[in-house]
Write a protein of this length. Structure first.
Length: 355
């Protein structure tokens, strides 16, 4: 079978491999749609996962598909089932799962077994570990676009609202309105945010941010972001800040705009610096009761089924994130390069592979 792989340092290309098989608890999936992610770009070109010593690791972690084969111990799924596959497929046997952190089941960030431990989803077939605990049936009510945004964009963005402790009546700031930030806006809206300030500047993203519930748009072209948020909130700041864009300095900006007792939740993959500068005055010399969190999105079947229900019952439509559509298997490469080059009108590309 064919797959799009990391074939050398900062080199991506097509490889031919054996079709994967299913161990007792596993499933083999034929993807029906795939979407590349900025994480794939970070892995391929920015060394986000150490793949030295690994030959031709196939990229991709966001897909929906049809089950081709299941292992002898898989009880709830069978060949032919259409499934949503979470980007994070923990090994649920490991003890960190019992503490609620399945994303780190085998050590930090190891819940994403795609690419980290085995080939990813940008292939004609891919393997899913712990199939009963990780797969979720894709109901007919969900379009391909909607289903495809659930494995990572929805779970990650919503995790921002959860980590930031957004409640009924909260004032929330979301830094960055790419696809994850937009889902953080939608998740905050669903969690009961009253006022929702979204920081971004691209017109198509601003339009979507408003549709997903943003009440105010902060454009950094109009001046200092922190000053604009403080002005709009009469100097009080916000209850919750979600960081879904920017860089290490954005965490410091978020600390400046949250009230004492508020929470900063980071979803961004941070890099390019040794540490995060936190302005001490804004952090009350360390006594502000402001919480700073950063978390990796939860995966697994129960999480997927809950998110599927939110779409199925009309609470959110993540399908609107898909801005660029492709229809051939080979187009996966072009879609990935689109994600790398990020044209101004890009939200999320998707490759539809049909039945
Ligand atoms: Zn992703």
């Amino acid at each position: 079978m064919k797959g799009l792989a990391v074939i050398g340092k900062h080199k991506v290309g097509w490889v031919e491999k054996q079709k994967p098989t299913a161990g007792p608890l596993e499933a083999v999936i034929k993807p029906l749609a795939i979407t590349p992610c900025s994480s794939d770009v970070h892995i391929a070109w920015d060394d986000a996962i150490d793949l030295s010593g690994v030959n031709d690791r196939i990229l991709g972690h966001e897909a929906v598909g049809v089950i081709e084969e299941v292992g002898s111990e898989v009880k709830d799924f069978k060949p032919g089932d259409r499934v949503i596959v979470p980007a994070i497929t923990p090994n649920w046997e490991r003890t960190p799962c019992q503490n609620g952190f399945s994303q780190h089941c085998d050590g930090m960030l190891t819940g994403m077994s795609f690419i980290t431990f085995k080939d990813g989803t940008m292939a004609e077939y891919f393997n899913v570990n712990n199939a009963d605990a990780n797969l979720a049936i894709w109901p007919d009510e969900l379009t391909v676009e909607q289903a495809l945004m659930i494995p990572d964009m929805v779970t990650t963005g919503f995790y921002g609202a959860e980590m930031a402790n957004v409640r009924l009546g909260s004032t929330v700031a979301v830094f960055g309105i790419g696809p994850v930030g937009l889902m953080a806006v939608a998740g905050s809206q669903l969690s009961g945010a009253a006022r929702l300030l979204a920081v971004g500047s691209r017109p198509n993203l601003i339009k979507l941010a408003k549709e997903y519930g943003a009440t105010d748009i902060i454009d950094y072209h109009d001046g200092d972001t922190v000053a604009q948020i403080m002005d709009l909130t009469d100097g009080k700041g916000v209850d919750a800040a979600i960081v879904a864009g920017g860089n290490v300095n954005t965490i410091g900006e978020a600390v400046q705009v949250v009230k004492p007792g508020g929470t900063v939740a980071n979803l961004n993959v941070l890099g390019g610096a040794e540490s995060i500068p936190i302005p001490l005055a804004a952090w009350g010399a360390g006594l502000s009761d402001k919480t700073i969190k950063g978390g990796f999105c939860p995966g697994g079947r129960d999480r997927m089924e809950k998110l599927i229900d939110l779409v199925k019952y009309g609470r959110v439509d993540p399908g609107k994130l898909v801005s660029h559509k492709f229809y051939k298997f080979e187009d996966i490469e072009e879609a990935l390069l689109l994600m790398k080059n990020k044209p101004r009108d890009l939200v999320k590309p998707a490759v539809f592979l049909g039945e």
